[in-house]
Ligand binder design. Structure first.
Ligand code: PLP
Length: 311
């Protein structure tokens, strides 16, 4: 059975507006900073945040081109894997996830959930996984898995950038600085293309190093044929690297939720907000600055982290 492009486009057209929450605290008042959180995490319970944005036009394209199967890549805790599996279940695509590394049983929460949503999991040794974007390996995957719509790791491709670009025109609150967490940098790049040189973007890297600087430039070349200067990559808040955590990060998540009634997860959004509050404390932003921070979702991963770290 093929997936109806009409059903998909109706679904996306009926999306309610994303709630925006203004945070109030002594620190924010003292520094005269207005901080808004755009709750992209509330877009959908299982296809949340930026993964919803990045999948939107890919799902539409897959349906229009009569693909029945989505094939994608990710690590064992990947929000992207979770989102593709949930979207497949929601709209009727078969889904195949090529997972980095070896199988660990029992499956963690993310992979268990993906399986329950009908995703077929195949494990790739790290060497093969590294070559996932090479044409010869992709040809082999096509042979192995048949006619499938391929979505890259983390979901970042031209159509994903387009989906993230659309966030900008939906923002109705005036702001000076937009903040987001960065993994592949696709979301940050899409936002930059949407801003089209106006205002400023602060991207908080969830990974160690500053290679995202070039990656984001390369992605904005794809969505608007140019690079931008109105942004900065914050590289000081990775907490040891991708998916690495520290007790103070979990403490921050708990305090933040108590104070603002907004749940965070430790891989992306907590690192961004931790960094953002530290910058505010250090007077990084002049008094009067209006900040719009994107909550990019990813809360599905918390079930696993809560079990592992007991927070
Ligand atoms: C995947 C993810 C990101 C990173 O998005 P990129 O477009 O890969 O930079 C940020 N936040 C959350 C919650 C995510 O799941």
């Amino acid at each position: 059975m093929t997936v109806s492009a009409q059903v998909l486009s109706d679904f996306f057209r009926r999306t309610p507006p994303v709630p925006v929450q203004k945070l109030e605290s002594e620190l924010l008042h003292g520094k005269q900073i207005e901080l808004y959180v755009r709750r992209e995490d509330l877009l959908h319970p299982d296809v949340s945040g930026n993964k919803w944005r990045k999948l939107k036009h890919n799902l539409l394209a897959a349906a229009e081109q009569h693909f029945e199967t989505l094939l994608t890549f990710g690590g064992a805790f990947s929000n992207h894997i979770a989102a593709v599996a949930a979207a497949g279940k929601l709209f009727g695509f078969k889904t195949i996830g090529l997972i980095r590394g070896e199988e660990h049983l029992p499956l963690n929460h993310t992979l268990q959930q993906a399986t329950e949503n009908g995703m077929q999991l195949h494990y790739q040794d790290r060497e093969t996984y590294r070559r996932k974007n090479e044409p010869d390996l992709q040809a082999r995957l096509k042979q192995q898995f048949g006619h499938a719509y391929l979505i890259p790791e983390g979901g970042t491709n031209a159509l994903a950038l387009k989906g993230c670009t659309e966030i900008i025109s939906e923002i109705k609150v005036d702001f000076d600085v937009l903040c987001c967490a960065a993994g592949t940098g696709g979301t940050a790049a899409g936002l930059l293309c949407g801003l089209n040189g106006s205002k400023a973007l602060l991207a908080f890297s969830a990974l160690k190093g500053d290679f995202l600087q070039q990656e984001i430039d390369a992605f904005t070349q794809i969505c608007s044929g140019r690079t931008y200067r109105n942004w900065h990559l914050q590289t000081a808040y990775h907490f040891g690297g991708y998916a690495k955590t520290k007790p103070e990060l979990f403490a921050f998540i708990q305090e933040f939720e108590q104070q603002f009634q907004i749940p965070l997860e430790p891989v992306y959004t907590a690192k961004m907000f931790f960094g953002l509050f530290e910058l505010i404390r250090q007077n990084h932003f002049p008094a009067g600055t209006k900040i719009m921070a994107l909550h990019t979702g990813g809360l599905q991963g918390n079930a696993g982290f809560k079990k592992e770290f007991n927070f």
